[in-house]
Design a binder for this molecule. Structure first.
Ligand SMILES: [Zn+2]
Length: 392
């Protein structure tokens, strides 16, 4: 309930989705129920038409289905008929994509599909805790309580909202947005992600992965035992353990990313990270450790958390060339495989520098970040009044 998902958006806006639980009287609940059912019926009808006629084009689907649906669903506001058609088009397109990948798919059907509201079909007063929604029985007013965590979003702009029904309760999933603060930086903080330490920065701060590793080891042991047993209750237990582990990793990633971004913000530095976008194409120049990390969703999640938190607080991120960051000496620049003595030790064969391997890599990443053109641009464009950052 008190969680918000912020995504990096194109351009300069930040978005978050708030999950608001609605408090309803029986009559309003009935109106929402009927609206959800009718909208779902429209959704299914459009999906069926698109499926049978192999049609994925939004305009064509509209032309073919809008009038008949208006006649059969006369209570449903026209805007909601259109929004159901738009959702159905998205579903058909994603089915087409999966088909293209050679997977078996059937016509998309929904038992109760969320209703998408936009500026024409709803409005909301976030700080006052109420909204007005178009339904089959005209406009209805719904109320909700804005929890303490969400008050920080009270002045963000509301965009679209989805009305959802889950476990007997009605929720409004509201998307809000605002401008991202201008990035500010006067220096660079190099960060190396790894297995031994989740992250190490070039000042030697470590964001330890010890807790994560011990939990992972324990879970692996229990999992093996349960898989051997293979009973129904063992499988249920296994599922619970998996969910618990993923919550634990997520929490750790939030803690680590918050701490990293916080360090960069207070020292007014940009975060330099390794650019992993083309890394798969040149596996030969990337360490085995890096390849292991790339297949690890927890690590990718951490990078995601770091980037959205950085964007929300105006901390620039500089992506640097990841080649040989762990083999190069941060003191003299000598690059050799032999420099890396073990997972944790770096020993330069030329100048004799001995250092923790992650710290050495972080220093290299910092140095590469300082040479980046992007950073030059950010230092010149230092804004005078930094917008007050939300507390993430
Ligand atoms: Zn050296």
């Amino acid at each position: 309930m008190t969680q918000a998902y912020i995504e990096n958006q194109k351009g300069k806006s930040l978005k978050a989705t708030l999950r608001l639980k609605l408090h309803l009287d029986p009559a309003t609940e009935e109106a929402l129920r009927e609206t959800l059912e009718q909208s779902t019926s429209c959704f299914n009808a459009v999906c069926r038409h698109g499926w049978d006629n192999d049609q994925r084009n939004g305009t064509r689907l509209h032309q073919a289905t809008y009038q008949p649906l208006r006649e059969t669903h006369s209570d449903l506001p026209s805007q909601l008929v259109i929004s159901a058609r738009m959702k159905a088009t998205e579903a058909l397109k994603s089915v087409q994509e999966r088909k293209r990948q050679g997977r078996f798919v059937s016509c998309p059907q929904s038992s109760l599909c969320p209703v998408r509201y936009d500026a024409r079909s709803y409005w909301i007063r976030l700080s006052d805790g109420y909204a007005s929604l178009a339904t089959t029985q005209g406009r209805v007013c719904v109320s909700f309580r804005l929890c303490a965590y969400y008050t920080r979003y009270a002045d963000w702009r509301p965009c679209s909202a989805d009305l959802c029904f889950r476990n007997g309760k009605y929720y409004l999933h509201l998307v809000v947005e605002r401008e991202a603060p201008n990035p500010v930086a006067e220096g660079v903080l190099g960060v190396d992600f790894g297995i031994v330490e989740i992250a190490t920065d070039n000042d030697g701060n470590r964001y330890s992965g010890e807790a994560v590793k011990s939990v992972r080891r324990r879970v692996r042991r229990i999992r093996r035992l349960l898989q051997q047993r293979g009973t129904k209750s063992a499988r249920r237990h296994l599922k619970r353990i998996r969910a618990k582990q993923s919550r634990f990793v997520k929490n750790t990633n939030h803690v680590v990313s918050k701490s990293l971004v916080g360090t960069a913000l207070t020292s007014r530095k940009a975060l330099a990270l390794e650019d992993l976008s083309n890394i798969r194409d040149r596996a030969d120049t990337v360490s085995r450790e890096m390849r292991w990390l790339l297949g690890n969703w927890a690590f990718l999640q951490l990078r995601q958390f770091v980037s959205y938190k950085a964007e929300a607080l105006g901390v620039p991120i500089v992506l640097v060339d990841p080649r040989n960051t762990s083999r190069t000496c941060s003191e003299c620049g000598h690059c050799a495989k032999e420099n890396r003595k073990s997972q944790s030790k770096f020993h330069c064969q030329q100048c004799g520098l001995m250092l923790n391997a992650d710290l050495n890599a972080a220093k290299n990443i910092k140095a590469r970040g300082e040479c980046s053109d992007a950073l030059l641009f950010w230092s010149e464009a230092l804004p005078t009044n930094q917008e007050q950052a939300p507390n993430l």
